[in-house]
Design a binder for this molecule. Structure first.
Ligand code: AMP
Length: 203
């Protein structure tokens, strides 16, 4: 795979149902764009594993497939993105798993200079395909158990899917990030090709 960096900074957020492939597509997309990759699920699991204060506060939410409270999540992400922006680089990133609510998107837009994202990618996937993928992915995650999968899908539809309307509305009004809606049912390499060319065309 070649790295084909465009002229502009790329601040890209990946949104999608559990099992839609954010964690599969995010790292190679970030590599192609030459920007860091940050997954909020990984960030939280790492806090839990290290037994930090934040980790202790969020462990039960992760196990139950509940969202971590917005204020905790926004604080953690803004801190991490500000730290990344302070390092050498052009300030771009691929962010996987944030925002998960409209309130998170709005709070992060207020707190980050220039806003949270230049481009938003929504990976779409029917629930039956998501269920099948999560049941068979075998990563040993404590939240990949049948009842928790159902709960995470419900949380996605209730809390996260409204972001699609939020970003459609903003893109339609001409003041928001570019929105890409990508069908994630296709084989992973095909999704990556579509995704990289969609994002690359807007750099
Ligand atoms: P993921 O690895 O993206 O599937 O995230 C795993 C879990 O981390 C989720 O089920 C939530 O409990 C928590 N989480 C990750 N990102 C967020 C977020 N932006 N807001 C709230 N909770 C989150």
């Amino acid at each position: 795979m070649s790295r084909d960096r465009g002229p502009g900074a790329a601040r890209v957020v990946l949104i999608g149902a559990p099992g839609s492939g954010k964690g599969t597509q995010g790292p190679p997309l970030a590599w192609k764009l030459g920007v860091p990759y940050l997954a909020t699920g990984d960030l939280l699991r790492d806090e839990v594993a290290r037994g930090t204060d934040l980790g202790r506060e969020v462990a039960a939410c992760l196990d139950r497939g509940e969202l971590v409270p917005d204020d905790l999540m926004v604080g953690a992400v803004v801190a991490r993105l500000t730290e990344l922006a302070g390092r050498a680089g052009d300030g771009g990133y691929v962010l996987d798993g944030f925002p998960r609510t409209v309130a998170q998107a709005e709070a992060a837009d207020r707190r980050l200079p220039g806003g949270l994202a230049d481009q938003v990618v929504f990976l779409t996937l029917p629930d039956d395909v998501a269920r099948d993928r999560l049941t068979h992915r075998g990563q040993g995650r404590s939240d990949d158990e049948a009842a928790t999968i159902e709960h995470r899908l419900r949380v996605f539809h209730d809390e996260t899917e409204p972001l699609l309307h939020h970003y459609r509305h903003r893109a339609g009004g001409g003041d928001g990030p570019t929105l890409h809606e990508i069908d994630a049912t296709h084989p992973r390499d095909d999704v990556l090709t579509t995704l990289t060319s969609a994002v690359g065309s807007k750099l």
